[in-house]
Design a protein around this ligand. Sequence first.
Ligand code: BGC
Length: 758
Amino acid sequence: MNKKLSYLAGIMAVILIPAIGFAQNTGQAKMDQFVSALMKKMTLEEKIGQLNLPSVGFDVTGPILSKDVDAKIKKGLVGGVFNTYTPSAARKLQALALTTRLKIPLLFGYDVIHGHRTIFPIPLGLSSSWDLALIQSTARAAAEEASADGINWVFSPMVDLTRDPRWGRVAEGAGEDTWYGSKVAAAMVHGYQGNNLAANNAVMACVKHFALYGAVEAGRDYNVVDMSERKMRQDYLPPYKAAIDAGAGSVMSSFNEINGVPAAANQWLLTDLLRKQWGFTGMVATDYTAIMELTNHGIGDSTEAAHLALVAGNDMDMVSELYLNKLPKLVKTGKLNISYIDQACRRVLEAKYKLGLFADPYRGISEERAQAEIMNPQKLELAQRAAEESMVLLKNKNGTLPLKSNAKIAFVGPLVKDQRNLIGNWSGAGDWKKATSFWDVVNAQYPGAHFTYAKGCNLLDDTALINKLNPHDAQIVLDSKSAEELIEEAVKEAKNADVAVAFLGESFTMSGEAASRSDIGLPANQKRLLAALKKTGKPVVLVLMNGRPLTLSWEDTRMDAIVESWFGGTRSGEALVNTLFGRSNFSGRLTMSFPRSVGQIPIYYNEKSTGRPFDANQKYSSKYLDIANTPLYPFGYGLSYTTFKYGPITLDKKTIRTKGNITATINVTNTGQRDAIETVQLYIRDIIGTVTRPMKELKGFKQIAIKAGNTQTVSFTISTDDLKFYNLQNKYTYEPGDFELMIGPNSQDLQKIPFKVE
Ligand code: BGC
């Protein structure tokens, strides 16, 4: 910029910046005025009504159903509803709310988790794309569809960090890393909320589950969490904070207890930390019946539960109706100060104001808009790209993949022709019938090819498990043929083919909420099929659909190629055809370690050193007698149809001084025959600290497209801010000393170079 321009820019900044501040202040002041005036007119019952969040409509996502919701809306006893959508359903209920004395519009919430009608890969899959812009676009697309469908509030993103793949809800999050999880959290919030929450196509995000839900003991859902404050602040809390800093309008408190106090009754968590320390000014809702469940936690009867939950900082009561039933008396008997109700009511009304609901309670919903937005070609195209980018190639011996379309291929397994599982869990408004099976896509795209099919096995043959899953729509029907007959048919097809491709994994109901598993391997009957295929001597490709890291040691030693396709969403059939036949290259990288065995859990890449680090030759070192310490497939790992070579790392200087930074540069060469995308990852290690530090921590990554044979130079600049942590005094700071900087294609395969901080 020349001098004159920069002078003008300076003047403009002086004029504009206070003006923007003023505009925001007047916006805030207007909202305060509006809400205060409204609240002056409200009775105690009406205020408490605003705190009530019943479930209505087609879905149940918890143990009980809300009753007489329409009647309660008409009486002004409902602040928002969830589990219903479509313009007509939303209009009908909103119209009821507008018949009340004060005509306060309703919030319409829904679990829009990985798309609304167009379903994208499950969040764990999507996170494996390492494509933050893509992730944000999927949230934006979901917001456009959901808002057109009458929803203004989504119960997403789930940002619970987790190191335990037994927990079924790993499917809903972005994996095990704090830094990366924080980036994904912010991208999702930006996608949902856009630049203006009042815009008709924006929806309010709800960051969940606050907090630490991903650390439930033994990976068993809803279980206890006990964790040091340093570990919380260092590892588990930053993704929630990142979502809040990105402007998330609401937070959902979690089911679990934290160090003896359930999150839903935890004043330290919901008020001291969230509001006083982090400055969150939005709204907090409980999780489904969480206030009612406080009695099971054993901290009081239902009246005390309501009291504790409100005082702790929950503004809305999801489904329990204990606010509705208990708070009036608590206030009237002087046991509860009405200021708590006023505060919660104000936050709910503010959320409605920010969403523009008082200006237009219907937010421009119409059947026409829904038709134009829902599953339009752009969204379907995005779904396909997202599915392709999410898939991870775990193994590819001797270039077994890509498949050749002129080869004889035996496609086997219960998921080859499956549609129901493709869209995965938490896809309530998604229609699985709109997802085309792999088999239909592959035949449509390669007519006349030599493809055969055999089911090979049932998805599961454990009837006790099937009986648990089928009431939740697993749709597992045992084949009339015996297991032996099914295998025999598949073996016959494999013998006649050049290659066998087995589509196996989990039922979608085996991950998500209330779907913890103690054994995270492939079901035994599926393994029997794989063993029989292997025996044919033909190359075997294993294509997985599942919602969590699986233990695949057995498969890894026997299969020629393994593809992790997660539950890829509406367009996963198309995406699988593209990647398996090599029309697209694989670029996904794992965001959770795949253990060798459940015995290694919790397992995560950024572990610390012990006093007796692993040493194969030393008995008294930290290791297992029966298994390696390392995961089978590490965090950040994934193969491509090409190969990459990393040159040496160079640093622009050897020392960072206070507030300075350092730039690391590396050349990455695509040494194979195919154009590809590589995710170059940067890790650091702080070698000595006042408290012990992890052996590596992700601090950056760059996704680069490299043409076959080409080299690209990649640079990362990190500053002392990137080296901060909670030290012995619990101060978030960096400590001078020796560090290591590491760059590579995944968390295990790294080159390192030392640097100092002064
Ligand atoms: C889940 C939440 C979800 C809520 C509403 C609960 O059971 O834990 O993630 O948002 O139900 O459906």
